[in-house]
Design a protein around this ligand. Structure first.
Ligand code: SF4
Length: 99
């Protein structure tokens, strides 16, 4: 009987410990503080500039580097970036999360 009680206590302790660990990971940063931004995989980009047509406030071509760029913004218009992602012929635009 004593053995059974000891095992039971250990299981409860482990369960509580894992929940605490889990909650620290989930809530270490508030979702509102996490910055979401678009990124271009330049290795795949064909330089069609379709993303500029859809969201010129987000994407631009840099003639000095000959590469497409994401313009630094405090916040990105989700609907326009989603539209650019949907229409990118090379599937090379993606959302990234700053953590
Ligand atoms: S739409 Fe896609 S392939 Fe075209 S320039 Fe933009 S990122 Fe590159």
């Amino acid at each position: 009987m004593k053995k059974f009680r000891l095992i039971h206590l250990v299981i409860i302790h482990c369960d509580i410990a894992s929940r605490e660990k889990y909650s620290i990971k989930i809530f270490s940063k508030e979702p509102a503080q996490m910055k979401r931004y678009p990124s271009i995989d330049l290795g795949l980009c064909s330089d069609c500039r379709g993303c500029i047509e859809i969201a010129p406030q987000v994407f631009r071509y840099n003639p000095a580097t000959g590469l497409m760029e994401v313009i630094e913004l405090a916040e990105y218009p989700g609907d326009l970036v989603d539209e650019a992602i949907k229409n990118c012929p090379e599937d090379c635009i993606l959302w990234e999360v700053d953590d």
